[in-house]
Design a protein around this ligand. Structure first.
Ligand code: MG
Length: 189
């Protein structure tokens, strides 16, 4: 499937959902591209997973921002590759640094720089420990198997809208509770 076909399909997928994330965050190695960039040379011409570019463009076309959270120890190579692939300027935040935490510090930086709350973000990564740590922050997180593709996008958007619906329901429950006379919320607006 060419980039244009993927873009069309991704637009269709997103059209199904009433709510979409404000920001989608991608890991690099084995999520956007099929290699560890620390094992490659800056002189090489890298390539993305086949559906990655179409998905990035579809998100942008729908007004959804995109960002990077990578623990790559070679940000210089990663940056060079993003540039060579012609996608470097697409990202509103690029957090590429090695860290002992499982990307929680990457997401704190992204949150600070973009102002997007964690529950309005969707995250794709191929490592379970990152997925676990970041979902605890309130970010809808999807483990990818062979890089990001249309199936992963569909899965991500489904999980995101379910997550948001449950947050809304809890909010409603709380508001009802707070409105009850004699409840602890009686002095609140
Ligand atoms: Mg990875």
């Amino acid at each position: 499937m060419g980039d244009e076909r993927v873009l069309d399909e991704a637009m269709k997928v997103m059209g199904v959902f009433e709510v979409v994330p404000r920001l989608v965050v991608f890991d690099l190695d084995y999520t956007l591209w099929p290699f560890y960039c620390e094992c490659r040379s800056k002189r090489e011409m890298p390539s993305l997973y086949p559906q990655a570019k179409g998905i990035l463009h579809a998100l942008k076309a729908k007004g959804v921002d995109v960002a990077i959270a990578s623990r790559s120890p070679t940000p210089d190579i990663a940056n060079m590759f993003l540039d060579k692939l012609g996608i470097k300027t697409m990202f509103v935040a690029q957090e590429i640094f090695s860290s002992w935490t499982h990307k929680t510090d990457h997401f704190q930086n992204i949150n600070r720089k973009t102002g997007v709350p964690y529950n309005a973000m969707l995250f794709f990564d191929d490592e379970n420990r990152n997925i676990e740590a970041v979902s605890k922050m309130g970010v809808t997180s999807i483990l990818v198997n062979r890089g990001v593709n249309l199936d992963a996008l569909k899965q991500g958007l489904t999980k995101f809208s379910k997550h948001l619906t449950s947050i809304e329901k809890n909010k409603e429950k709380w508001q009802k509770f707070a409105q009850k006379p004699g409840s602890s919320g009686k002095d609140k607006q």
